[in-house]
Structures are given as structure tokens and as C-alpha cells.
Design a protein around this ligand. Structure first.
Ligand SMILES: Nc1nc2c(c(=O)[nH]1)N[C@H]1C(S)=C(S)[C@@H](COP(=O)(O)OP(=O)(O)OC[C@H]3O[C@@H](n4cnc5c(=O)[nH]c(N)nc54)[C@H](O)[C@@H]3O)O[C@H]1N2
Ligand SMILES: Nc1nc2c(c(=O)[nH]1)N[C@H]1C(S)=C(S)[C@@H](COP(=O)(O)OP(=O)(O)OC[C@H]3O[C@@H](n4cnc5c(=O)[nH]c(N)nc54)[C@H](O)[C@@H]3O)O[C@H]1N2
Ligand code: SF4
Ligand SMILES: [Mo]
Length: 873
């Protein structure tokens, strides 16, 4: 690292890894950070490729014109004040994000709940953690994750429910993998309807029926009772509701899980006879119409056995975003107050109001995300401010969300990027400083508060989110309450407020940090809360009870099986959605990094061979996926990783990079009745083949945009690449290619074969190949990585149009290792050459030797190659 490197925290997932970052873009893992001990995944390692200013929003914009800050903020303050005065405070709303820093989040909450006087602030955490929050509160009386990351390493059994940890929390996955390598007796069970990179590590993969989780854990509860494994003392002293929970669980029917009796028995037996068990869960649990029930079904089993809060055991809700946890601390959700206090408790409200010297105080829960945008559509919201989230891509029924935003008379968005799907729908854009340019704190999944520190200059006129919010607060008429000069001041105020947590017997207390000097705040090391003024800090919760319901006990809840859905003949397939390894949500940042774009370069539909046959789909076809809400067109990827009846589509593609890949246009806005969290993993859809007239692949030194009925753009090291398809033949292939490639200049070489319906165009300028375009009547079959590598070189255009690598340039194949650009073909060649272990592959090709995110895929390739060899012998 350079001398200028700064210790900061990764802006992506809830693992919350420590990063050493330099202004020149050099990035390394922080050996001293307890979350990662020096490791970084592919996204973290590629952070340096995302820091350029291309596409950034660098000045406020009103409509399409650039404006000064004074004009923009006066407008925002006036319109919000006017809306609240004319239509009441509930006509105003904020929609914020688990990617805001705690300081930003705190100021947003204070402004709207204490000063504007409405709780109409919800966050994208509603789409993410709401069911866990609700489940925790129902069971523990508080929203608290009891355990620590080290529990994974000391457990004897780790059960991952609805979590693709290998791709979504890769560094924690690596810690688990390393622990298992040292202690092979550590067993791992993965519960997920589809096989994933995570199941590669599993001793047992339970491909249960979607939403079969609550029934599965009910079966476990009854098995624990049957085997007399209930911790009677713990239950008597610390738990209520045991009998009712068990009585309901006894109604569970094994058939509802869709598992065969042998694998079910294996799981029950493992869990029952292993004291040290951690059950980690994520969006396969939360994002469901019965998500909160799933959470409580899991918590019930840990409570009944007292396996909670002790080293190596406990339930563990994995947070998604870097500050999902911090948002919960400041009370970011519409039904929460700051510092784990209750919005509906008058004493709590009064105490906060007094500390804030606030003129008013929201006294009833506000609208939850999906309801909030429904209210926008009905005309009930007159002024809306969206910060650090891209709801036109990430909320279900997303086309309706876009229309709802457009229906609000005054809308503002604070973002770092100039052109986003949501930004296209709003009136005012305010430029925020991004990661590396701003400073504050985030809290990760294990309650560890870490500093994000500035190491880059402020670009253009951008300002920190807390600073923009505070300025609007001052302009709305509250100069003293929002008179912050630094993020440290905001943090101290928040820490001071958390003494109220202590006063009211809540667990969230960081009052021990209330007197940090600016220098101490700058130097704050990773710190696990609670941090009270006196007494021990950090640690686990609930080993000896001490819950936060009025009786001090935890509650076990009776969990009924979800009602079975009637078969839907018009839309017979269930749409499951989620993440890919190398993209972050709506791609505004990871989409910039060439090495991250290569892993999965277009939106796809993972489908079982049986479903594909039923829908008449072949590999690499285009398929239209439609629901009652909308449709998307995606590339077909046939695989038995998906179970029959259920397809998987990644959530990341937007209108900025694709014409038809924004999958939330299809997802139904069904929500969990308790938490209000959308069921993003279970929409009924129909599938049909889309027969395009021609299919194409294009690579260019220019920035291409998605202009054809099917198009998906990804970054490359020399420009962009695109997959395209259209329903009509162009009059002239060269003109068509130039339009797609965005290359009006240079000379063209064209090879057309109208009999076979193929056309190939190379554009070259001054001896350099600037664009290549391949079109065919069927999906173009050629090595993408080979073609991509030719752009910007002096390769002969006609030879390049052959599309096949010359003997001296072997085709690397689909990219697997993002750090060293190692493709599947290169790996297979190395295996054929005798590299039959992960280590040997690393020595031969370097694959998997940097961030390690691709190791599960390397193992899968090794296993498949070994199986092929065995079959051949
Ligand atoms: N690479 C990458 N990493 C990320 C993110 C990202 O965008 N990209 N985002 C971060 C965020 S905010 C979050 S919330 C996390 C999410 O992290 P995860 O929850 O691990 O990720 P998902 O892919 O959304 O879903 C996990 C799995 O749930 C399964 N699933 C679907 N239905 C069911 C079901 O009924 N039961 C069970 N048991 N499983 C089911 C899916 O098949 C999927 O494999 O990832 C974080 N990390
Ligand atoms: N179908 C389906 N939908 C889903 C999910 C799913 O699994 N399936 N998962 C859901 C989940 S768990 C989540 S968390 C959401 C995530 O969905 P979003 O929150 O909508 O996704 P992001 O792309 O992370 O959006 C962050 C935005 O903030 C901007 N930004 C980055 N840094 C800053 C900053 O410092 N300040 C400001 N003001 N802006 C900044 C980025 O450019 C980007 O526009 O998606 C949800 N939607
Ligand atoms: S696991 Fe990867 S994305 Fe998550 S915090 Fe660590 S480096 Fe960042
Ligand atoms: Mo999330």
C-alpha cells in the first residue's frame, strides 16, 4: 500500500470488511479489521475500478437544467414546507436506504419524524431486513442479532437458510470454508430450493419446496420435543409461549417441505444432536409472504434448546447492505423510533422530542415502502425525497413505481449518478458524495460499528447526504436543530441520545461514545455495541435470557404452515430472484468495473430442463417472462440447479444497461402481512420463447446504449460489449452495426452471407480495431472473451471477423476468476494438463489466488472435469 492509504470500510455487503484505500485507487483488505482480517471479495477488490467520475452527478439539477445549491435547496425546503402546511405532514415522505451512513440516516429521521412531524420515512431495508426485524421483535422484544462472526468458526453445525453466502457475503463464506478446512467435522447444511455456489460447501443441500421453511423448522421443533432435547431450565426461566408453539408445530406435515424422508431425517438428526449450531438466514427467508413466520419458526428452535448467545451457537440474521444495521439503530423504518425506542410509546416519544427540542413528533407509524408508493400513485403524497436507492429497479411492480413517482407533484432524488432509472422520473437531482469522498460510520451484521473514511477529493459540487439534509432542515426553519458542522457532531448527538435506550431498558446503547473528540471519532476502531458509559461493552446477547418483552422473557410463536396456493395454469412457473457474484444491486457502481462485468454479462433466466422443454426453450434462446404486472426478456440458461417449476432471474439489470432486463417490472407487489416486506422470490409467471429475426454480439471502444428490443450492455477494459436481438432485418448491415457500436467513423470491413442469415462487421481506425459486430439468425455462438480481447489491438479485421481464435491465442472461455481474468476453457486446459486441485489450478493459472470469490466455481469445474475423466476411463 502507499503512504496515503486510509483505513475504511467496504461500501457493499453487510459483512462490513475493512479496506485500505489510496487516492490512486489501490485497494487492499485491512488485516486488522475483525470482519475480514485482510480478505476482500471480487467486488471489494474491484473498488478501485469504480471510483472514476464518468457518469457522476456533479451539480444540482432542476428539471434538465443545472442549478446552484441555494436555488435547489430553497426549492426543496419551500416545496416540502408548503406540502406539509397545505396538506398536512403526512403528505410528505422520504424513501431512504441501508447504504446511507448512520450520520445521514440519523439526520433524515430527525428531520422528518421530529420536525416535519410524520413517520412517512421508509427505507429499502423494508425490501431486505423487515421480516427479520419483525421476527426479532416478536421473539426477543427487540431487534437484536445475538451472535458474532466467530460463532461460525466455532460452531459444529452451520445451517444456511435462503442464503447464497458464497456470492452475497463472500468473505464470511471464506471464513466458514477456512474453518471447515481446519475442522472437517464442522458440518454445513444449505437450505435453498436451488443449488448455488454456496451448496458447493455443503455436506447436505436441502432443495426444499419454495416457502417450505416454516414447516421444516416446525418439524424440527417437534423432533426436538420428541427426543427430549428441550432445555427445560432455559425455557422455564427465559421463554414464554412454548406449549402453543409446539402444539402448532405438531400440525406440520413433512410432505409440505417437498424433501424426501431420508434427507429430512438427516437434517433433523444433525440439528438435534449438535449443540453448537448456528442457523444463518437471509433473503430466501425474509423476502416471502410468510417471511416473518419463517424467522420465528427458526428462532423457536433456538429458544427451545437455549442454543442462543453462547459461543458457536444461535440464530443469525445476515444483513445485506453495509449499514442495514445502522438504519435499524437510528430507527430508519416507518414503524420505529431512534435507538430501538418505540414510536407508539408516548414516554419514548416525549423523551426523544425533548432531547431534540423538536416542535412536533410523529405519533403513529408511517407508510411502509410498497404502501408508500401506492399512496404516491393515489395522489396522497405531495412531496417525495428519495436518497441512495433506486426503487424503479428494486421495488416490485416497478413500472407502477415509476408511474407513482411521476404522479407526485414534487420529487427529489439524492444520488451519486446522473442517469439512473429513478433519476429519470424526478424533478430535482441533488449530487451526493460517494464512497471514499464522504465520512461517517456503518454497522455490520455482527453489530460492529466501523468508520468509512474519506480518501478522495470532493468531486464537482457534491455534498454529503447528512449535510444536504441538515441544510434543508435549516432552510425549513430549524437552524439550531440542524446546525451540524461535521459528521462527528451528528454522531455524538446520536450517541448521547442512546442513553435513552438505557433509561428505558433497551439494548441499544452507545452512550460510551458520546464524548468522543473529533480526533477520537476519526480514529474510532471497529467497535461492537453495546458501548454503555459504564460496564462491559460488545459481546453476545441472551445466553442467560434477559429479553426485552415486559416480562423479560422471549416469546416462542405458534407458526402455521403457509396456505397452499391453487395451481395457476396461466402462469405455472414461480419466479425466484436474487443476486450474482460480481454485481451490486442496480449496478450503478459495480457496472463500471470491467472485471466485474465479465462474470455475467447479460440478464438471464436459470431454468430446469423440464420447464425449458415445456416452454419450448433451448439454451441461449431469448425467453419472455410475464406476470400480471409486466414482462422481461432474458437469455435462457438451462440447468438442473433450478428445481422444476421455479426459475431464477438476477435482480440487477436496469433500463440504463438493458432494454428488457429489469425484472422487478414482473415481480408482484405481494408483501408479508406482519413486516410489509415484499415477497421478491415468488411471483407466478408465464414463459414463452421470443423468436427474434436476428441475434447479435457487438464490442466497441465506444459506450453503447441499449437501443434494440433486446439489448444488454457491459463494460470491458476497452469500452463496452453488447448482446442484441431485433425483430426486423436492417436494410444495411454496416449502418446497423455502426449505430449499435456507436462508431460513425473509421473504415468498415463487412462479410455478409444472406443465405445463412449472417453478417459480420469490423470497424478499424488507424490500424486499430475499434468495433466488431456479429449477427446471425440464431443466437450468436462464439467466444465472447476472445472477441472482446481483440478490440483496441492491431488485429487484422478480416481475421477478427472469423470469430475463432488462432492456434497461438487459445480461447480463454467464459470468465470465472475476475481478478486475473481466467476463463473456463483455460481452467479446463490446466486440469487436462494435470492441475487437479484448487491449489494446483492456482499455481498454473493464478485463478482463485487473490480474492477467492471464484473458488466455489473452480471447485465445481474441478468436480465436473474429474467426473468426465472417470466416465471416460
Ligand atoms: N454479489 C452481491 N452480494 C450482495 C448483494 C448484491 O447485490 N450482490 N446485495 C447484498 C444485500 S442488500 C443482500 S439483502 C444480500 C442478500 O443475500 P442472499 O439472501 O444470500 O441473496 P439472494 O440471492 O437474494 O437470495 C438467497 C437465496 O434464497 C433462495 N430462496 C428463494 N426462495 C427461497 C425459499 O423459499 N426458501 C429458501 N430457504 N431459500 C429461498 C434463492 O434461491 C437464493 O439462492 O446480499 C448482499 N450481498
Ligand atoms: N426482485 C428483487 N428485488 C429486490 C431484491 C431481490 O432479491 N429481488 N432485493 C432487495 C434488497 S434486499 C435490496 S437491499 C434492494 C436494493 O436496491 P437499491 O437500494 O435500489 O439498489 P442500489 O443499486 O444499491 O441503489 C443505491 C443507489 O444509491 C446511489 N448511491 C451510492 N452511494 C451513494 C451515496 O453515498 N449517497 C447517495 N445519496 N446515493 C448513493 C447509487 O448510485 C444507487 O442509485 O433491492 C431489493 N429488490
Ligand atoms: S464480503 Fe466483499 S462486498 Fe462484502 S464487505 Fe467484504 S469485500 Fe465488501
Ligand atoms: Mo438487501
Amino acid at each position: 500500500m502507499t503512504d496515503q492509504s486510509v483505513c475504511t470500510t467496504c461500501p457493499y455487503c453487510g459483512v462490513g470488511c475493512g479496506v485500505l484505500a489510496s487516492p490512486d485507487g489501490t485497494i487492499a483488505g485491512d488485516l486488522a479489521h475483525p470482519a475480514n482480517l485482510g480478505r476482500l471479495c471480487s467486488k471489494g477488490s474491484a473498488l478501485g475500478e469504480t471510483l472514476d467520475l464518468e457518469g457522476r452527478l456533479l451539480a444540482p439539477q432542476i428539471g434538465n437544467r443545472r442549478a446552484g445549491w441555494d436555488e435547489a435547496l430553497d426549492l426543496v425546503a419551500n416545496r416540502f414546507r408548503a406540502a406539509a402546511e397545505t396538506h398536512g405532514p403526512d403528505s410528505v415522505a422520504f424513501y431512504v436506504s441501508g447504504q446511507l451512513l448512520t450520520e445521514d440516516y440519523y439526520v433524515a429521521n430527525k428531520l422528518i419524524k421530529g420536525f416535519i412531524g410524520t413517520a412517512n420515512i421508509d427505507t429499502n431495508s423494508r425490501l431486505c431486513m423487515a421480516s427479520s426485524v419483525a421476527g426479532h421483535k416478536r421473539a426477543f422484544g427487540t431487534d437484536t442479532v445475538p451472535g458474532q462472526y466467530t460463532d461460525f468458526e466455532t460452531a459444529e453445525l452451520v445451517v444456511l437458510v435462503g442464503s447464497n453466502l458464497a456470492w452475497c457475503h463472500p468473505v464470511l463464506f471464506q471464513r466458514l470454508q477456512a474453518a471447515k478446512a481446519v475442522r472437517p467435522e464442522l458440518k454445513v447444511v444449505v437450505i435453498d430450493p436451488r443449488r448455488t455456489a454456496t451448496s458447493q460447501l455443503a455436506d447436505l443441500h436441502l432443495g426444499l419446496r419454495p416457502d417450505g421453511d416454516a414447516v421444516l423448522f416446525n418439524l424440527l421443533l417437534t423432533e426436538l420435543v420428541r427426543r427430549d432435547l428441550v432445555d427445560r431450565r432455559y425455557v422455564a426461566e427465559a421463554v414464554s409461549g412454548f406449549d402453543a408453539a409446539v402444539a402448532e408445530a405438531e400440525r406440520a406435515e413433512a410432505a409440505q417441505t417437498g424433501l424426501d424422508s431420508f434427507e429430512l431425517a438427516q437434517f433433523l438428526d444433525l440439528w438435534c444432536r449438535t449443540e453448537k449450531v448456528v442457523t444463518l438466514y437471509s433473503q430466501g427467508v425474509n423476502q416471502s409472504a410468510c417471511g416473518t413466520d419463517k424467522v420465528n419458526a427458526i428462532l423457536n428452535c433456538h429458544l427451545a434448546t437455549g442454543r442462543i448467545g453462547r459461543p458457536g451457537m444461535g440464530p443469525f440474521s445476515m444483513t445485506g447492505q453495509p449499514n442495514a444495521m445502522g438504519g435499524r439503530e437510528v430507527g430508519g423504518l416507518a414503524n420505529m423510533l431512534t435507538c430501538h425506542l418505540d414510536l407508539e410509546n408516548a414516554a419514548h416519544r416525549d423523551a426523544v422530542q425533548q432531547m431534540w427540542s423538536a416542535p412536533t413528533m410523529a405519533d403513529k407509524p408511517g407508510l411502509k415502502a410498497v404502501e408508500l408508493f401506492d399512496a404516491c400513485a393515489r395522489g396522497e403524497i405531495k412531496a417525495l425525497w428519495i436518497m441512495s436507492t433506486n426503487p424503479v429497479v428494486s421495488l416490485p411492480d416497478a413500472d407502477a413505481v415509476a408511474a407513482a413517482i411521476r404522479a407526485v407533484p414534487f420529487t427529489v432524488m439524492t444520488d451519486i449518478m446522473a442517469d439512473t432509472d429513478t433519476g429519470r422520473c424526478v424533478d430535482v437531482l441533488l449530487p451526493a458524495t460517494g464512497w471514499g469522498e464522504k465520512s461517517g460510520t456503518v454497522t455490520n451484521s455482527e453489530r460492529c460499528i466501523s468508520r468509512q473514511r474519506r480518501f478522495l477529493p470532493t468531486p464537482g459540487e457534491a455534498r454529503a447526504d447528512w449535510n444536504i439534509l441538515a441544510d434543508v432542515g435549516r432552510r425549513m426553519g430549524w437552524p439550531e436543530a440542524f446546525d451540524y458542522r461535521s459528521e462527528a457532531e451528528v454522531f455524538r448527538e446520536f450517541a448521547r441520545l442512546s442513553t435513552l435506550g438505557h433509561t428505558f431498558g433497551k439494548d441499544f446503547d452507545i452512550s460510551g461514545l458520546a464524548d468522543l473528540t473529533d480526533a477520537e471519532y476519526d480514529a474510532l476502531p471497529p467497535t461492537v455495541w453495546p458501548v454503555p458509559t459504564e460496564g462491559p461493552s460488545g459481546g453476545r446477547f441472551f445466553a442467560d435470557g434477559g429479553f426485552y418483552h415486559p416480562d423479560g422473557k422471549a416469546k416462542m410463536l405458534p407458526i402455521a404452515a403457509p396456505a397452499s396456493e391453487a395451481p395457476n395454469t396461466a402462469r405455472p412457473v414461480r419466479l425466484n430472484t436474487g443476486r450474482v457474484r460480481d454485481q451490486w444491486h442496480t449496478m450503478t457502481r459495480t457496472g463500471k468495473a470491467p472485471r466485474l462485468g465479465a462474470h455475467m454479462a447479460e440478464p438471464y433466466l436459470e431454468i430446469h430442463p423440464g420447464d425449458a422443454a415445456a416452454a419450448g426453450l433451448s439454451d441461449a434462446d431469448l425467453a419472455k417472462v410475464s406476470s400480471a404486472h409486466g414482462s422481461a426478456i432474458l437469455r435462457v440458461m438451462i440447468t438442473d440447479r433450478s428445481q422444476q417449476g421455479s426459475v431464477f432471474v438476477p435482480m440487477h439489470w436496469t433500463d440504463i444497461v438493458s432494454s428488457t432486463g429489469r425484472i422487478n417490472a414482473v415481480v408482484a407487489p405481494t408483501t408479508d402481512p406482519v413486516s410489509g416486506q415484499p415477497a421478491s422470490k415468488g411471483t407466478a409467471v408465464a414463459l414463452e420463447q421470443v423468436a427474434a429475426h436476428w441475434y447479435g454480439f457487438a464490442v466497441s471502444t465506444a459506450t453503447m446504449t441499449p437501443t434494440r428490443p433486446y439489448a444488454a450492455i457491459a463494460r470491458t477494459r476497452t469500452g463496452t460489449r453488447a448482446e442484441v436481438a431485433d425483430f426486423k432485418l436492417p436494410d444495411n448491415w454496416e449502418a446497423e452495426a455502426r449505430k449499435i457500436l456507436s462508431l460513425p467513423g473509421g473504415s468498415a470491413s463487412v462479410i455478409e452471407d444472406s443465405a445463412r442469415g449472417t453478417a459480420r462487421v469490423a470497424i478499424h481506425e488507424k490500424g486499430t480495431l475499434t468495433g466488431l459486430f456479429f449477427a446471425a439468425a440464431t443466437p450468436v455462438a462464439l467466444s465472447r472473451s476472445h472477441v472482446v480481447a481483440l478490440i483496441g489491438t492491431a488485429a487484422d479485421p478480416i481475421q477478427a471477423l472469423a470469430g475463432v481464435p488462432a492456434a497461438d491465442r487459445p480461447d480463454p472461455g467464459a470468465m470465472v476468476c475476475a481478478c486475473f481474468d481466467v476463463g473456463a476453457n483455460s481452467l479446463r486446459r490446466a486440469i487436462d494438463g494435470g492441475a487437479t486441485t484448487l491449489h494446483a489450478l492456482g499455481v498454473c493459472t493464478r485463478a482463485g489466488t487473490n480474492c477467492g470469490s471464484c473458488r466455489p466455481e473452480l471447485e465445481a469445474i474441478l468436480t465436473a472435469a474429474t467426473a468426465m475423466k472417470l466416465a471416460a476411463e
